[in-house]
Unconditional design. Structure first.
Ligand code: CP
Length: 316
């Protein structure tokens, strides 16, 4: 059997995602109660190779592997032979020759993980490639949303083999989410667009016109109005590292219209997500980050258990 990979969210069926989420919640409970998990990754070796910086994705994958009893090898890209000109193809061939059980890669170029998957014999997990895809981020975002709107339906899918290819969860179907900010440069947005629409959520893109991709989805540049009608706001970082030119007067100008503030939220019950790293008072203001409606750190907590479930699914 060729290995399965997780390059984009569409690599997993809806039924597989629901099963993965049930497993993730099981791991979350065990971690919260400090109960040791079984060790499905015992004697398994996972390599991380991150060509771009990371706090959340890298550390949560490493914790996930350790929690499952596996061994992790972090290839330090700055000290690796890629800095001497070795190609990614040769790097992949050499890593593959060490027979790892999975490789987790982040790269600035879209398609890097997909390319790697054609060069190796083990699962490739995409930890983010350019503006293309960040599948585990979107999965943890969706689980965080589901947790907020109630888990009964999700938990009732456990062990069912008859899950329809469209999402069976009424708890989130039709809920509205505003994805706010630098959508066109965001792999997080890209992955969430596929996943959230597949699960029946109504997505509204809120950004200045030059941050919007070509899309059939509803768009707006008026966060103040949209915030009153949505159930979830997902704020994104302005990805200046991906801009070829300055495309907004300044981040301060941008924040005046697109920062999620307490004043804009008013008494709305909507929840606030952000993949991190947050530009405080540009993407979301300090007060909102402290507000119970902010689920930003809950997303990080869910990142560990979702990645445990993904590793379990792909490797164990
Ligand atoms: N959300 C996310 O990808 O964060 P890191 O860049 O810190 O991994």
């Amino acid at each position: 059997m060729p290995p399965r990979h997780l390059i984009r969210t569409s690599d997993f069926s809806t039924a597989e995602i629901l099963t993965l989420f049930v497993n993730a919640l099981h791991y979350k409970q065990l971690l919260a109660s400090k109960t040791p998990t079984h060790h499905p990754l015992k004697h398994k070796n996972v390599i991380t190779i991150f060509f771009e910086n990371s706090t959340r994705t890298l550390s949560s994958f490493e914790l996930a592997v350790k929690n499952l009893g596996g061994d992790i090898l972090r290839l330090d890209v700055s000290r690796s032979s890629t800095s001497k000109g070795e190609t990614i193809s040769d790097t992949a061939a050499n890593l593959n020759a060490m027979n790892p059980d999975a490789i987790i890669i982040r790269h600035k170029n879209a398609g890097a993980g997909y390319y790697l998957s054609s060069q190796v014999n083990c699962p490739i997990i995409n930890g983010g490639d350019g503006a293309h895809s960040h599948p585990t981020q979107a999965l943890l975002d969706l689980l965080t949303i589901m947790e907020h709107f109630g888990l009964e339906e999700l938990l009732a899918t456990e062990g069912r083999s008859d899950i329809a290819p469209i999402a069976p969860l009424d708890s989130i179907r039709g809920k509205k989410i505003a994805i706010v900010g630098d959508v066109i440069n965001s792999r997080v947005a890209n992955s969430n667009l596929e996943l959230l629409t597949r699960f029946g959520m109504e997505v509204i893109l809120v950004a200045p016109p030059h941050f919007l991709p070509q899309s059939e989805l509803r768009t707006s540049d008026d966060l103040r109005t949209i915030a009153k009608e949505v159930d979830v706001i997902m704020s994104l970082r302005t990805q200046t590292e991906r801009h070829n030119q300055v495309i907004y007067g300044s981040l301060k100008d941008y924040a005046l219209r697109f920062c999620v503030t307490k004043e804009i939220l008013g008494d709305s019950p909507c929840i606030i997500l952000h993949p991190g790293p947050v530009h405080r008072n540009i993407d979301i203001d300090d007060e909102v980050l402290k507000d119970p409606r902010s689920k930003v750190l809950e997303q990080v907590t869910n990142g560990v258990c979702v990645r445990m479930a993904a590793l379990d699914f792909l490797i164990a």
